[in-house]
Design a protein around this ligand. Structure first.
Ligand code: BES
Ligand code: ZN
Length: 447
């Protein structure tokens, strides 16, 4: 088999395009320029647009009046590779083991977006034209909350006008099972900093008479849940749209559930809010998670110190019926009320994004289902929501007025954001076939 497409994917994966790391700014820019060139080689016109952050790459075919316009969105930025010592092979040296590509970004999102580009390249080679007008928009800031993309959409609203958006940046419930995602959770980030004494103190000389900031952080973080695992912040879940019966029934039948979740995560038992299955907790219930916790001595051995400050980095995942700003207001009021005297509490709000749901049975949704079935040879299709967030999807709806189809290619054990991220070669080729089928199916939809 001709593996030119695969070798180009490896080149894509070699760029350490870590958007959060200022030291990688040059690599992110190089990656954008390289991607634009790949689009040109595929037969599209392409432009790299600078933003106050990382560039946006936009590719297009020559539009034909009367054809529907499909926008394919993805991201070329990746998460940091830490902890780098836990990688079996270097994160930016793609390596194939047992038919699986290991590299940072292999799944999230370079492998998936590049499968679309290579699908387009293959169609253009075979037929000389695409069945739709295509816009490919690939950004470099998804992993840091797309801080500049909304302004970009506003500025280019006219030229980004489209009938539907397609994204492959979500999961499949099991290998070979075509999966259409019709909902994503929203997100709201907040950092909590507790400041106590003006300097680090000897914990023997002062311990007992001074409030310890690390203890306060622990108390505040622990207060976010009750003893059974429900979020304890008052009104947090008010307005949450309940699951529909068909969703609960369909999810209970999926070839993915508690056993697979235990296996993939390596935990001895699952935990969470009472009254919901694990999939329901992940896909349709909000969470309050600690993403990082720190303060005090982190070195080897012991050190008797009361740290002058401590912190926690929190994110809340949100579901339909919840608004990120309101959730941060509620969390802030709750944490401030519970913070004891003797320390100062600083709350810093981070990125946020609204949840998203779309009807999977619309004409476009059906076209997406047909394309998935074609690409995955007729296997039973799974209709799911997902726990992750792609905040810009809701912004697309608000700014461009268009719905998004989420056709994921990531497997449950893809290790996105973690060491040894991976993507099967097979899924890359399935993604190319999916792109070809999807554009054909969408060309038949009456918009
Ligand atoms: N591809 C993910 C989102 C995702 C993962 C959706 C799994 C569905 C299933 C995306 O790249 C991502 O990681 N998004 C961040 C968004 C955040 C940084 C604003 C996330 O969900 O943490
Ligand atoms: Zn990601």
């Amino acid at each position: 088999m001709d593996d030119t497409a695969l070798r180009s994917l490896f080149d894509f994966l070699r760029f350490p395009s870590v958007s959060t790391d200022p030291a990688r700014r040059g690599s992110v820019a190089d990656c954008a320029a390289w991607l634009a060139q790949q689009m040109r080689e595929a037969g599209l016109s392409a432009e790299v647009y600078p933003t106050p952050g990382h560039p946006v790459v936009v590719g297009r075919n020559k539009p034909t009046p009367g054809l529907p316009t499909v926008l394919i969105y993805g991201h070329y930025d990746v998460q940091p590779e830490d902890p780098v010592s836990e990688w079996e092979t270097p994160p930016f040296e793609p390596t194939v083991r047992n038919g699986v590509i290991f590299a940072r970004g292999a799944t999230d999102n370079k492998g998936q977006i590049f499968a679309h580009l290579q699908g387009v390249a293959a169609t253009l080679r075979e037929h000389g034209r695409l069945p739709v007008n295509l816009i490919m928009l690939v950004e470099g800031e998804e992993e840091i909350g797309s801080p500049n993309l909304q302004a970009f959409l506003q500025e280019h609203r006219e030229s980004l006008g489209c009938d539907v958006i397609a994204v492959s940046d979500t999961g499949m419930v099991a290998p070979g099972v075509p999966t259409l995602t019709y909902g994503l959770r929203g997100i709201a980030a907040m950092e909590l900093r507790v400041k106590g004494p003006s300097v680090d103190l000897h914990s023997g000389i002062y311990g007992g008479a001074v409030r310890n900031p690390a203890t306060v952080v622990a108390q505040l973080v622990a207060s976010l849940h009750d003893s059974e695992g429900r979020i304890a912040v008052p009104e947090f879940c008010d307005g949450v749209v309940p699951l529909e019966d068909w969703e609960r029934q369909a999810w209970a039948k999926l070839p993915f559930g508690d056993a697979q979740l235990r296996e993939v995560t390596g935990v001895p038992s699952l935990a969470g809010e009472p009254g919901f299955t694990a999939l329901e907790r992940i896909w349709a219930r909000p969470t309050a998670e600690v993403n990082g916790l720190g303060g005090g001595f982190q070195g080897v051995g012991t050190k008797t110190v009361i740290p002058k400050e401590a912190f926690a980095k929190l994110t809340f995942r949100l579901v339909p019926g919840q608004d990120p700003e309101r959730i941060l207001d509620l969390a802030e009021a709750y944490l401030r009320k519970r913070c004891p005297e003797g320390v100062e509490l600083e709350l810093i709000r981070g990125h946020s994004g609204k949840p998203y749901v779309v009807d999977p049975h619309s004409a476009c949704g059906k076209a997406a289902q047909d394309a998935l079935r074609r690409a995955f040879r007729g296997r039973d299709l799974a209709l799911i929501r997902e726990g992750g967030s792609i905040p810009i999807i809701n912004t697309f709806k608000e700014e461009l007025g268009v719905d998004t189809l989420l056709l994921g290619l990531a497997l449950p054990d893809c290790r996105a954001h973690a060491p040894n991220e991976n993507f099967p070669v097979e899924n890359f080729y399935a993604g190319m076939a999916l792109n070809q089928a999807l554009l054909e199916e969408l060309a038949r939809v009456r918009f």
